[in-house]
Design a protein around this ligand. Sequence first.
Ligand SMILES: Nc1ncnc2c1ncn2[C@@H]1O[C@H](COP(=O)(O)OP(=O)(O)O)[C@@H](O)[C@H]1O
Ligand SMILES: [Mg+2]
Length: 482
Amino acid sequence: MIELTAAQVAAATGGRLSADPEVRVGGPVVVDSRRVAPGSLFVALPGEHVDGHDYAAGAVEAGATLVLAARELDVPCVVVDDVQAALGELARHVLATLRERGDVRVVGVTGSVGKTTTKDLLGQLLRPEGPTVVPRGSFNNEIGLPLTVLEADESTRFLVLEMGASGVGHLTYLTRIAPPDFSVVLVVGSAHLGEFGGIEAVARAKSEIVTGLAPGGVAVLNADDLRVAAMADVAPGEVVTFGTIPAADVRAEDLGIDRTGRASFTLRVRPGASGDATRGEGTSARVTLGLVGEHHVTNALAAATAALRLGVALPDVVARLSDARALSPHRMQVTERPDGITVIDDSYNANPDSMRAALKALAVMAGRDRRSVAVLGEMLELGEDSRVAHDDIGRLVVRLNVKLLVVVGEGAGGIHDGATQEGSWGDETRFVPDVEAASALLRDELQEGDVVLVKASNGSGLWRLGDELAAAGAGAAGGERA
Ligand SMILES: Nc1ncnc2c1ncn2[C@@H]1O[C@H](COP(=O)(O)OP(=O)(O)O)[C@@H](O)[C@H]1O
Ligand SMILES: [Mg+2]
């Protein structure tokens, strides 16, 4: 973050100064006192379970020089009415200052699925070009986004932001803090449908990243998703599209997928679609992704489109896409166990779209000669569509000829029902109440050569099973037990 005085923090947030105005903050801005470093600004957020104000003294002891707080404290602080809003204001101010001083380009990424993957890909495409800030983990909300913005400083050339929304107005809030120069929209899907109240409402909410572009900003839209493509109508300026249809400016052709689950395609760039790099001629190159799963083609195209427009040369885009691996754990994380079992841990998150994508990858990786095993838990936050969505997944499992289905937890029961009704299965589909029971069952059932997918919403806790299954392989090799 850039260095600010306490007086500047107070001015930017409209807060009341209760500190020496010349006190400087320059260290990381943090909401978690355990992350304080010398010079930090500690933001005392009121939480559901803990109140940040209780940790302010400890934060200052650990080196924080200033606290942003909702009430007067016994430490140097700036007092504001609404700490979260003030955090946003501070980030907005800092980014506006950086735009005046430096040469920072902001890329915002949204969509119902693939945001984290795409921002991580963008980080891997842009970092070799210059100092790049990418959100940690999945930081994408009213707190994570400003914290990410505040990591930028005068040297930052690329600021990549993941922008999440679970309702109308959320992206407007985020784009007011950080209006993007490039707004990337991936897909409008069925994630969080329950909270939104219908897919058209999701589309409207996601389009706010386009209407919230900075002046002269470019909308980067998925031509394959009609609801995303339609956002061109509300784009304030230039639109660049990506996808597999011929009309896309940046296009994947001749798609294939190999036995390791990695997709390859010819990346064809229409003249002009990549800024200076291909002006006039257009160009193409063969790409093989490092990420597992055909669904990552969309994310790769999105990242490539923005990177090309930001001046990354096509050969570099191609090389970096094939080097890119999943940066965050539990996302299509493939472990080859020494006992010949392959574990695909995709337990970070799940909705119907990503379930389908992961199951297809499982089917491809198992092919004809290996057994496919799907261990699936509940997809959360689907609202009233939940039962049908789980049922559909169960039916898809049967159609993909998955050899063993383990359904974990009451909430996922619809998967079991759908699978049972779709085919005449004997003990090929099993229902177990919890992770422990799943673990016991798999210890008995798994055989050499199996390909096992573990997937559910994060809140279902199946990531524990993912860790355990992956470590069981390592344990066997190292002679220890996990
Ligand atoms: N385009 C896509 N279509 C279907 N599933 C996807 C797509 N992109 C990512 N996924 C899967 O969705 C899950 C969440 O991906 P992630 O990149 O973390 O998305 P987000 O940040 O939007 O929640 C992972 O299981 C991932 O493999
Ligand atoms: Mg995310």
